[in-house]
Design a protein around this ligand. Sequence first.
Ligand code: XBP
Ligand code: MG
Length: 258
Amino acid sequence: MTNTQNKLQAVLFDVDGTLADTEQDGHRLAFNAAFKQFNLDWNWDIDLYGELLQVTGGKERIRYYIERYAPAELNKSDLPDWIVSLHKTKTNYFESLMEAGSIPLRPGVARLIHELRQEKIKLAIATTTTMENVTALLKSTLGEESIGWFDVIGAGDIVPMKKPAPDIYLWVLDQLKLTPQQCIAIEDSENGLKSALAANLPTLITVSGYTHSQDFNGAVAVLSDLGEPSQPFTQIRSITIVDKDWVDYRLLNNLINH
Ligand code: XBP
Ligand code: MG
């Protein structure tokens, strides 16, 4: 490696779909449980939820659903507060699902996080979901102390505009005091990729249940998952030579210097 090349300093992880495939059997079920508790006859089935995922953020997604499918609710005088309260109930259900260990980490995630810690690479999170949900997922999968492994956690409403706006990635970069060229983002969705690219971050995609046929133009590589030595990833597209079957520190470092 020549001196002009960047050395990887930090990895910025998305959460939903990237650390774990949480949407279909996590968030969706939590939304439906909250609707039931609020005596709503709404049911977000698997297909409808796929459509609703184009809107990031649970509160924003509920608002979009009301506008499109339940416009009578728009007359509620306290609609914004009501959405906040419905969403809080949804978050409680999601936390319970995580505590019950319902959703595992995706292949290679735990291995890569452990390796990056050994290599003294900074870890960060840039997500649209709430801090409560991030904490619940990390606790149930990597243990309570894992929350402290992350130098920066950017979550939920900490920035005004959610993905695909770059705000959350810009906020995390600012906290890390690093340039985007010293980092890589790992994402699973087109909205996440747009957000990271708008913050100038090289971005690796690991496709997830709802996102595999989205447009990932601009990503440094598109893979099925992070892979394990015993469970290689499938390479969907890459702008550089990927000479490994699983993502490790060395491969991430090569990807930012393609
Ligand atoms: C995740 C989201 C979130 C979750 C729900 O997107 O869009 O809205 O579906 O989370 P990304 P909340 O992976 O790009 O961050 O209900 O807590 O908002
Ligand atoms: Mg995601």
